[in-house]
Design a protein around this ligand. Structure first.
Ligand code: G3P
Ligand code: CA
Length: 263
């Protein structure tokens, strides 16, 4: 019956801790990633930026302004300079209800430190951000993945840039890729678009805002994974699962876990 079907659908949803459990802790800190793990997030989402001296760091924005006590572009900072910044206090000021003294003074992690901390069998969902600003970013990402022997069966690389994904695909066709999409109005995707994406990617990540059931069923029916971002309330999570998404990004992996448990 309908209930059994709904339960089946909940089982295999990929729970992605978006920037870690970033609803509860400062995004893209080791603490936030650990909390994601604890809250049953399956994948750790990592956004990448690159320093002046070519080190990949976990940060969403091209500037350090929003998520640290510094100002300016990441690409103008050496890693040593980035490491002077406080990546936690902003969160305590912005979200007093979740503030924690331990967050003050947290450091920006490098991708290398993330791999060292969580190991080769953790599931990473890594985004190449602003790849046009950082030539060589894909190659450096792949170098670290190989150096740390990261399990490629459970590695996903995502980007809004199809060029960046195609570069990854050329460098190593065994790395699984997800094409991010951003819709400003009702989401529509053509058969030709789906076929083009399938040339290099195994899935898509659209913003959930303008999705509809037809879109989700068309994409999922084509064999592509579909992981909408960034879904933070349980009602929307339930609706998207009902429509047939195969996973989603959330700042609250505990909420998605509860939904998956039928709560
Ligand atoms: O990567 C999925 C989602 O995170 C894309 O948007 O801006 O949060 O990186 P953004
Ligand atoms: Ca992202």
């Amino acid at each position: 019956g309908g209930t059994a079907m709904a339960k089946e659908k909940h089982k295999d949803i990929v729970n992605v801790s978006h920037r870690g459990a970033s609803g509860y802790a400062p995004e893209h800190t080791i603490t936030s990633y650990q909390m994601g793990d604890k809250m049953h997030g399956e994948y750790i989402e990592v956004d990448l930026q690159m320093t002046k001296d070519g080190k990949l760091i976990a940060m969403h924005d091209e500037t350090v302004d929003r998520t640290t006590d510094g100002t300016g572009l990441v690409k103008d900072y050496t890693l040593e300079q980035i490491k002077q910044l406080d990546a936690g206090s902003w969160f305590n000021e912005k979200y007093p209800q979740y503030a924690n003294l331990d967050y003050a003074g947290l450091k920006v992690p490098t991708l290398e430190e993330v791999f060292q901390k969580f190991g080769k069998n953790a599931k990473y969902y890594i985004e190449t951000k602003s790849p046009e600003v950082y030539p060589g970013m894909e190659k450096e990402l792949l170098r670290l993945v190989n150096d740390y022997n990261i399990n490629k069966n459970t590695l996903l690389v995502q980007s809004f840039s199809s060029l960046s994904l195609k570069t990854m695909n050329e460098l190593d066709p065994s790395v699984k890729l997800v094409q991010l999409l951003s819709y400003k109005t009702n989401a529509v995707i053509t058969d030709a678009e789906i076929a083009a994406i399938k040339q290099y990617a195994m899935g898509v990540g659209p913003n959930y805002t303008y999705l509809n059931q037809d879109y989700v069923q068309k994409v999922a029916g084509s064999g592509l994974a579909i992981h909408p971002y960034t879904v933070n309330d349980k009602e929307t999570m339930k609706k998207l699962i009902d429509w047939g998404v195969t996973g989603m990004f959330t700042n609250f992996p505990d909420r998605l876990h509860e939904v998956m448990k039928g709560k």
